[in-house]
Design a protein around this ligand. Structure first.
Ligand code: SF4
Length: 719
């Protein structure tokens, strides 16, 4: 009919932290086609099966399309106008703040949010309400890495980039089933290994996962013993003269304390091998490989972070890179691979309860005043807020009386998830912004606000290598859904606050970029310049923002006005501590908080499967994705199944001191004796509760507050 062919829109995948570029096309008949974006540096045209199935997840079935308010008499949700819903939220928050103070309200947000949404949520809570009670589901994902970076580098810095994985001669993957959880990154590693077979891959993981199939060496470390292993490596490097003393002397502090702790726990190889349950010859092979290879990347993920010793695990890894000088140069360094699409963007705007925007510190008065001056805000939170697990406990105890949950489903995903249910039942005001109407969490909401989803909303995300990419809307707005930043601004204005008159994601991004520059330019006194800086992106007009190509921060402009992306950090050996040096951190090892015993003899491990994402509100729509693993399962060793009287293919109940779930038993997932593995995605199925979150112990790392998802004592029995 002469109409032009529909053109693809460049956007970014909403799933894992690899942050692949997607070319999405809306066809004339309303269907969507998906392809990898050839021009995106993260994936160069490739997509994994989840990204490829995005077209199957954008229908409107199950969508929350208009605001709803719970009727106090009938206790049912009824349709409301936006004005009614926003008034109810603003009045409810103001009323509770007036009666109980700002710390009686909270936000619980998500690594699914775009940076612009995240920025507004933080500004409202920390700068206007005056509380730091805003935490995020990224707390469950990579907060230990953030805390480890800050301790070692003085700032939350990921020094490396994806290309470093291709330049390395040794890639160590710790607590990461990269093949399933970050598939495109894994493809990049294995592709290089095909062209350079001398590249070595070592996998350190209690399970023999799909990632191990490409490994030269798999160390099936006992759950929770990673610090012994890396302390052993630190000691080995020191004892064998394999340290970079020039780097250590000139650019670090604290090596003797770290070495003392390493010697105390891990001086004997046989002791480490026994504690970690690893063949001593394999352990020595790994130590020798690390010591003899200059270009080493140690990439780690949730198996390291999700632990009551998660921050120490991160620092025990970083210590080994510092002592050997394997950092700040191509092909080497520690690499935290983030789980969610915008975990990094959330960190940039201070999305955790213990951070401020623009990498400012909440416990630093100069930083607080700098941010408050820029915002011209009536208040600034003066102490860290409640981290995720503590937050929901405070709600149950009644000290927090209102919560706004945005783009996350804590009734499935948090540890001790039954406690979350009790908390929401006890809460005076539960507001939930979501794209889906019926979720486990939304069932307890008093107000539901419909949000835009992927393909509809507009903004930026930052992936694991600090690359800022645009997510662009290409689908029509469904029903009365709005961007989350807009709902937050509308509530802020109704609460009586100036400073939220934004008309677009572009305007918010510009303020975010200006804040990063203001912080580096205006602060005085005990202020150490931050590496995070978006000076080059300040002042973009809407066309430039819409056309922004992927770019890695810090982003500056060179003398000719050209944008300058930064591929890797710490190349000048300048760290963000006041003395400019990195810190070794002493890491005396600690076992998981709860040990297995007679009643609960098995150690539960949890994680993802290849083709599902989080609580399946999106990936659960795709028949293609469901084919891979159609239901929840309990993976266990056949001899343990025999011992505890359960059979492969039959239903069994896994229970802990905190709760229980039911799923079918299977073998073959590479699990050793004494452990179970259960995926995190499912909630109810076959009329049984399949939420593994209900079973997980609510223990957290004392520094990062990240929960111990990888070790809960449980028992299993026939159902
Ligand atoms: Fe999306 Fe991650 Fe797959 Fe890339 S690797 S397509 S970001 S899920």
């Amino acid at each position: 009919n002469g109409a032009p062919d529909p053109q693809p829109v460049s956007t970014t995948c909403p799933y894992c932290g690899v942050g692949c570029g997607v070319a999405a096309t809306l066809l004339a008949d309303g269907k969507v086609t998906i392809a990898g974006d050839q021009n995106h540096p993260a994936n160069k045209g490739r997509l994994c099966v989840k990204g490829s199935a995005l077209d199957e997840t954008v229908d409107l079935n199950g969508r929350l399309l208009y605001p709803q308010i719970r009727d106090a008499v009938s206790n049912t949700m009824a349709r409301a106008s936006w004005d009614q819903a926003l008034d109810k939220v603003a009045q409810g928050f103001n009323d509770i703040i007036a009666r109980h103070g700002p710390n009686a309200v909270a936000f619980y947000v998500s690594g699914q949010l775009l940076t612009e949404d995240y920025y507004i949520a933080n500004k409202l809570m920390k700068g206007y309400i005056g509380s730091a009670n805003i935490d995020t589901n990224s707390r469950l994902c990579m907060s230990s890495a953030v805390a480890g970076h800050k301790r070692a580098f003085g700032e939350d810095l990921v020094p490396v980039c994806y290309e470093d994985l291709e330049l390395a001669d040794l890639v160590v993957l710790v607590g990461s089933n990269t093949a399933w959880c970050h598939p495109i990154l894994f493809q990049r590693i294995t592709t290089i290994k095909e062209t350079r077979p001398d590249v070595k891959i070592v996998v350190i993981d209690p399970r023999r996962t799909a990632t191990c199939e490409s490994a030269d060496l798999h160390l099936p470390v006992k759950q929770g013993t990673d610090v012994w292993l890396f302390n052993g490596l630190l000691h080995y490097l020191s004892q064998n003269g394999l340290t970079d003393s020039g780097f250590v002397d000139n650019h670090t502090n604290g090596v003797s304390g770290a070495l003392s702790a390493a010697e105390a726990s891990s001086a004997e190889l046989m002791t480490v091998a026994k504690i970690c349950k690893i063949d001593p010859n394999d352990l020595l092979t790994f130590y020798h490989l690390f010591a003899s290879t200059k270009k080493v990347i140690t990439a780690f993920s949730q198996g390291v972070n999700q632990s009551s010793a998660g921050t120490d695990k991160v620092n025990s890894i970083i210590n080994c890179h510092l002592i050997s000088g394997r950092i700040g140069q191509p092909g080497m360094g520690p690499f935290s691979i983030t789980g969610q699409p915008n975990a990094m963007g959330g960190r940039e705007v201070g999305g955790l309860a213990n951070m401020l925007a623009a990498h400012m510190e909440l416990d630093n008065p100069t930083h607080r005043q700098t941010v408050r001056t820029f915002w011209d805000s009536p208040a600034i939170a003066d102490k860290p807020g409640l981290k995720a697990v503590d937050l929901f406990q405070a709600i149950e105890q009644g000290t927090v009386k209102a919560i706004w949950i945005i783009a996350t489903n804590p009734l499935v995903s948090l540890p001790d998830a039954n406690q979350v249910q009790r908390a929401l039942l006890a809460c005076e005001l539960v507001v939930a912004s979501d794209i889906i109407e019926k979720t486990d969490t939304n069932a307890f909401a008093h107000v539901l606000l419909p949000a835009l989803g992927w393909g509809e909303k507009d903004g930026t995300v930052t992936n694991s290598e600090r690359c800022i990419s645009r997510q662009r809307g290409f689908l029509p707005v469904p029903g009365e859904a709005r961007p989350d930043w807009q709902a937050l601004c509308d509530v802020a204005q109704r609460m009586g606050f100036d400073g939220f008159g934004f008309n677009s994601a572009h305007e918010i991004f510009d303020e975010h970029a200006r804040l990063s520059t203001f912080c580096n330019g205006a602060a005085e006194g005990d202020f150490t310049p931050r590496v995070f800086n978006l000076a080059g992106l300040v002042g973009m007009d809407s066309l430039q923002y819409n056309g922004l190509s992927p770019i890695q921060w810090p982003v500056l402009r060179d003398a000719s006005g050209e944008l300058r992306s930064t591929q890797r950090l710490l190349t000048d050996n300048r760290y963000s501590h006041p003395d400019g040096k990195a810190r070794f951190i002493a890491t005396p090892p600690r076992a998981p908080v709860h040990a297995t015993d007679e009643d609960f003899p098995l150690a539960l491990n949890t994680g993802r499967v290849r083709d599902q994402w989080h609580t399946m509100t999106r990936t659960g729509k795709s028949a293609k994705l469901a084919d891979h693993v159609p239901e929840a399962f309990i993976d266990m060793h056949p001899q343990d199944a025999l011992l505890y009287g359960v059979r492969e293919g039959s239903l069994a109940r896994v229970s802990s001191k905190w709760g229980a779930m039911v799923a079918r038993v299977q073998h073959g997932g590479g699990i050793g004796r004494g452990s179970l593995f259960v995926p995190i995605h499912w909630s109810n199925q076959s009329a049984s509760d399949a939420r593994i979150g209900a079973v997980v112990n609510p223990v957290v790392d004392p520094v990062s507050g990240e929960p111990e998802f990888k070790h809960t004592p449980v028992r299993v029995e026939d159902f």
